[in-house]
Design a protein. Structure first.
Length: 206
């Protein structure tokens, strides 16, 4: 929904019609493959879904969630359509900045699956990773944000920025849009989803 709404708004601003095909992945299946480290199965599943988009007439595709990008290296050569790669976009936009990630445990503990591996990417402490992951999963499963989670993550963000001298918190999870927006976020942040949406629009309208 976040991508759909953002893309619809961006098209409206350009006075262009939105032509979009959507196929919905099973979140529990995706997370199950990730937890079990069955990246081959995840790749095949996503490639099958992208095949449905190709059958519907799509010209290119984007995986509109961060965690499934754990298999993007395997997916790109198997994908029936060209992909707008969120990891590549994030690397180009964020690399070199002193940051920490908010997202799922899988995203944080791999520095966005290696895309942001550098001495300037600071990992939160294990208990902080637990807090971020649990708040993220509650939000994703509910499909809506809770004020207590937003406040708790805001306090943690300020603590990390001060303790680690960070330039920004990177929102490396689409569902964080249910908690944070420009009007209620009181710390510097970089939104990977918005970077991805901007790249999709650039691909559509170079």
């Amino acid at each position: 929904m976040h991508y759909y709404q953002a893309l619809a708004k961006a098209h409206e601003q350009l006075h262009k019609p939105l032509r979009l095909l959507i196929v919905h992945a099973d979140m529990h299946k995706v997370l199950g493959y990730v937890r079990a480290k069955q990246l081959g199965n995840l790749t095949e599943y996503l490639a099958m879904l992208i095949g449905h988009l190709k059958d519907g007439g799509a010209d290119f595709a984007a995986v509109t969630a961060v965690t499934p990008h754990i298999c993007i290296g395997e997916l790109v050569p198997r994908s029936p359509l060209p992909l707008v790669d969120l990891l590549k976009v994030a690397h180009e936009s964020v690399f070199g900045k002193r940051i920490a990630l908010f997202g799922t445990r899988f995203t944080i503990e791999t520095d966005l699956f290696g895309a942001l591996q550098a001495e300037n990417t600071i990992r939160p402490q294990p208990s902080e990773v637990d807090q971020i992951h649990e708040a993220y999963m509650r939000t994703a499963l509910r499909g809506e944000g809770a004020e207590e989670d937003r406040q708790a993550l805001t306090l943690l963000a300020h603590r990390l920025i001060q303790r680690e001298r960070l330039e920004a918190i990177v929102f490396a999870g689409t569902d964080l849009a249910l908690l944070f927006n420009r009007s209620n976020t009181t710390f510097p942040f970089i939104d990977c989803s918005q970077l991805h949406i901007d790249a999709i629009m650039k691909r559509l309208f170079p």
